[in-house]
Design a protein around this ligand. Structure first.
Ligand code: SAM
Length: 272
């Protein structure tokens, strides 16, 4: 493994924090462990030359390669199930009453390899299945191209489906005897729109979101980056809409405009 000097480490983590929000200032070993092989394979003699290039003349694909290695994409179906129970029992009945146009707008921000938006999509199908026409598409975004490619391939192993109700496996997935993998059915896939999006960028999507899931993403951000993102999320939330964050995260109660509902669950007032 290559070692990184104090100066190169600082230059690299500052660049990543300023451009992508991810705070790796305490993750020296992770940076060395995840980037060394790639740096050597590309023919760089060491971190200094690599960091020089990243800071001055990196192509989008160089940056993608680095982000693919440095982002943590761990996720699973039905992760933090309390949210999905609240979504099914409280949020969806509220939206069903409120949305006279029958259009729901949901954002999985930091969707990783797709398990979160596909879980939401299954819940929507279950809820709205027999209730007439609802347009319930989900926008799912991430900064990691590898994660988004895996999400669009939509193939998962048996073990990763273990938390889903048994009947959903055959209702929403096709099983391949050859590979042993389960592929999300096209009807569910078409409900999710995947896009590359850096959460540091201005949010310019046309519709306001009824629910934003941004779970286990801001955990890697410093406080100022997090506060600024939550502020932008607020402006992108429809009145009465929700922001759901990871259960190990919390919002700055003094500065956020969202109301606290319960752990990891926040809401914009319906009149605002
Ligand atoms: C641990 S995963 C969380 C996945 C899912 N939300 C969950 O809770 O299981 C965090 C994701 O955030 C993404 N991410 C990190 N920084 C980001 C940024 N600046 N913009 C967009 N996505 C980002 C990572 O690529 C990663 O896929």
């Amino acid at each position: 493994m290559l070692t990184i000097s104090d100066n190169d480490f600082k230059r690299l983590y500052t660049f990543i924090r300023e451009n992508y929000g991810i705070d790796l200032s305490q993750k020296r070993q992770l940076i060395m462990g995840r980037l060394s092989n790639d740096i050597m394979a590309k023919g760089y003699p060491g971190f200094t030359e690599y960091v020089n290039d990243i800071l001055t003349k990196a192509t989008p694909s160089d940056i993608d390669g680095m982000l693919n290695r440095l982002t943590t994409n761990y996720t699973f179906f039905m992760r933090e199930e309390e949210h999905f129970t609240f979504f099914r029992d409280t949020i969806l009945p509220y939206l069903e009453q409120k949305k006279k146009d029958h259009v729901l707008s949901i954002w999985s921000a930091g969707c990783s390899t797709g398990q979160e938006p596909y879980t939401i999509s299954m819940l929507l199908k279950e809820y709205f299945g027999g209730k007439g026409y609802w347009d319930t598409r989900i926008l799912a975004t991430d900064i990691s191209q590898n994660a988004l490619t895996a999400a669009q391939n939509a193939q998962y192993d048996e073990e990763s489906l273990s938390r889903l109700p048994a009947a959903w496996k055959t209702r929403y997935f096709e099983h391949s005897r050859d590979t042993g993998l389960w592929t999300v059915k096209p009807s569910l896939q078409s409900n999710v729109i995947f896009k590359t999006f850096n959460l540091m960028d201005p949010i310019r999507f046309k519709l306001k979101f009824d629910v934003i899931f941004c779970r286990n993403v801001m955990i890697y951000f410093d406080q100022a980056t997090k506060d600024s993102l939550v502020d932008r999320f607020y402006d992108a939330t429809a009145p009465g809409g929700y922001l759901l964050i990871g259960h190990s995260e919390s919002l700055n109660k003094t500065s956020t405009r969202y109301d606290y509902i319960m752990p990891a669950t926040y809401r914009k007032q319906s009149g605002s």
